[in-house]
Ligand binder design. Structure first.
Ligand SMILES: *[C@@H]1O[C@H](CO)[C@@H](O)[C@H](O)[C@H]1NC(C)=O
Ligand SMILES: *[C@@H]1O[C@H](CO)[C@@H](O)[C@H](O)[C@H]1NC(C)=O
Ligand SMILES: *[C@@H]1O[C@H](CO)[C@@H](O)[C@H](O)[C@H]1NC(C)=O
Ligand SMILES: *[C@@H]1O[C@H](CO)[C@@H](O)[C@H](O)[C@H]1NC(C)=O
Ligand SMILES: *[C@@H]1O[C@H](CO)[C@@H](O)[C@H](O)[C@H]1NC(C)=O
Ligand SMILES: *[C@@H]1O[C@H](CO)[C@@H](O)[C@H](O)[C@H]1NC(C)=O
Length: 485
């Protein structure tokens, strides 16, 4: 089923690329065909409860943090449609690339060591004694050629990006290709997976006669300073390893009962903490490569929530509120995109799309003060918002909701003429769920009046050090400003 969907999609996709002559009717057809296949990979692994708890449905794929295939979030149940009486007259999207075979850090440090241990294990037939693990007797890694595949977009990843393109074309039919220069630009970080995602997304957007499109590649080199989508790579002060120490404390704790459970099943494999982490990561990666994974079926909801919490801790300390650098790294994009929204004269385009890496969405959220647990559970008597010895189930910082593959943050400018509201407002959506800015949500649909939004961003910018200072960029020619948009 899955491979059928994929191959029919890739035929369509090839068609789009090769024929360059798509009529809008055909595009509509593509939209209809791809709609509905977007976020369900054949049959997603859903865990249910006893017959008296019909409504309990736990979708494993929605708790894999940065390894979750894209899913729309419904965090606060506000409608993603434009509020009544409002139209969107400008929109800016920051989108993470689609699903990849594996991130190189995950592959080198977690998955490959597990594969090696499995290969070294001389009694693989032993696993047949353990019903839940019996598949391991014959299981082979979905990453068959790591040199070729690691960091690359999977076929499903292209499909996800293509589908988002078709959805944006529908959602913003009045904005897409509304280009003053007969040129529609889309911006992507210089890596292959971001460029490939941008290209698939562009194919999904379709074409308009007389308008050409172009992918603008944004450098990730150190001398870019703040003028990049990859500030963690250009900031001299940024240490990519922060968060590992805290994550590992929780990893050791949550995997202890899992190891006991797996070892009691009867193999002589002697599971270690890294094996558990690797198998949980493989659930996600194998799913976006093969369409499903037996690893998704061997853990309980509590064990998946523990895995999700592990990444939430790591990202909190590396890209979130637990790192003082985060807002300074997110602010240049927030400033640049907010300026675009504030221009009263026409800008070159009405729809802007930026395709980036996983680091960007969380940094942007900290610059905007969204998903900040201190705002909500600050009353925890000064305790850390993410304790390392137990899950904070109430936390706002759930990375699966914003760092999934193709995770995105959208800034929409609303033009409202209703009985209750007139004027321009800014609405923020994260994985399609509208988000209320702290202290500025009195517009329709929890939006913020444009002038107040600009003040809010200005105040936030005042609060945090400029990129150059925060990153101690002592070399010349560095910049605090993201200026290519
Ligand atoms: C992962 O391993 C490959 C091959 O040894 C190496 O080229 C790459 O730099 C490593 N990446 C990380 C993030 O460790
Ligand atoms: C696998 O076995 C080889 C040879 O005995 C050993 O050198 C290597 O460290 C082992 N690898 C792992 C991950 O256990
Ligand atoms: C980029 O990725 C695509 C598949 O996603 C692959 O066909 C292509 O060869 C890659 N390009 C480079 C330079 O690695
Ligand atoms: C936003 O636009 C208004 C009206 O043009 C202008 O007065 C204001 O200075 C702008 N704000 C910023 C922060 O640029
Ligand atoms: C997070 O919220 C707390 C409490 O409201 C606030 O003191 C802190 O400055 C916020 N963090 C950021 C980066 O805005
Ligand atoms: C700084 O920019 C100037 C002008 O663009 C250029 O000539 C010079 O080589 C740059 N210096 C460095 C250190 O990059």
């Amino acid at each position: 089923m899955h491979s059928e969907v994929l191959s029919s999609w890739s035929q369509l996709n090839r068609f789009t690329y090769d024929l360059n002559c798509i009529s809008s009717l055909l595009l509509l057809l593509i939209c209809l065909i791809t709609k509905g296949h977007a976020s369900d990979i054949s049959t997603p692994p859903i865990i249910t409860a006893g017959p008296t708890y019909d409504s309990y449905k736990f979708n494993v794929l929605q708790h894999l943090s940065g390894i979750s295939p894209y899913f729309d979030s419904n965090a606060n149940e506000l409608s993603p449609d434009p509020p009544q009486g409002c139209i969107v007259d400008k929109a800016i999207y920051l989108v993470r690339h689609g699903s990849i075979y594996a991130n190189d850090y995950d592959y080198n440090n977690t998955i490959d060591p597990f594969l090696q241990r499995l290969q070294n294990f001389s009694n693989r037939a032993d696993f047949s004694k353990a019903t839940d693990l019996a598949f391991l007797v014959h299981w082979t890694s979905p990453i068959s050629n790591s040199n070729e595949q690691v960091e690359k977009l999977t076929e499903y990843g292209s499909k996800e990006a293509f589908t988002l393109g078709t959805q944006l074309a529908q959602r913003y039919s009045n904005l897409v290709f509304d280009s003053k220069n007969k040129l529609f630009k889309i911006w992507a970080s210089a890596a292959n997976r971001t460029k490939e995602s941008a290209s698939a997304l562009l194919a999904g957007l379709g074409k308009k006669q007389g308008i050409t499109d172009e992918i603008i590649t944004i450098s990730e080199e150190k001398n870019q300073g703040a003028n990049t989508f990859s500030p963690t790579k250009t900031c001299l002060q940024y240490d990519a390893s922060v968060g590992s120490e805290q994550g590992n404390i929780w990893l050791k704790q949550y995997t202890t009962p899992i190891i006991t459970r797996l070892n009691a099943m009867g193999s002589q494999f002697n599971f270690i903490a890294n094996d558990v982490l690797a198998m949980q990561e493989l659930c996600g990666y194998e799913t976006v490569i093969r369409g499903s994974s037996p690893f998704c079926k061997i853990f309980t909801p509590e064990e998946w929530l523990s895995f999700e919490y592990y990444f939430d801790i790591k990202y909190h300390y590396s890209l979130g509120y637990g790192n003082v650098l985060s807002p300074s790294l997110g602010m240049p994009w927030v400033e640049a995109s907010s300026d675009l929204l504030n221009y009263t004269t026409d800008t070159e385009q009405s729809l802007y799309i930026n395709v980036v890496h996983r680091e960007m969405p969380p940094l942007i959220l900290t610059a905007l003060n969204l998903f900040n647990d201190s705002n909500y559970v600050g009353a925890m008597n000064g305790n850390p918002t993410l304790p390392l010895d137990q899950i904070n189930y109430q936390r706002a910082w759930k990375s699966s909701k914003f760092i999934s593959f193709l995770g995105h943050i959208a800034l929409e400018r609303l033009q409202c003429t209703s009985a209750s509201y007139t004027g321009k407002f800014v609405r923020i959506l994260v994985n399609s769920a509208p988000q209320a800015l702290p202290g500025c949500a009195n517009g329709p649909g929890a939006s913020c009046p444009l002038a107040q939004y600009m003040d809010y961003v200005g105040d936030r910018d005042e609060l945090y050090q400029d990129f150059t200072d925060a990153c101690k960029m002592n070399h010349q020619n560095t910049t605090d400003v993201l200026s290519f948009l």
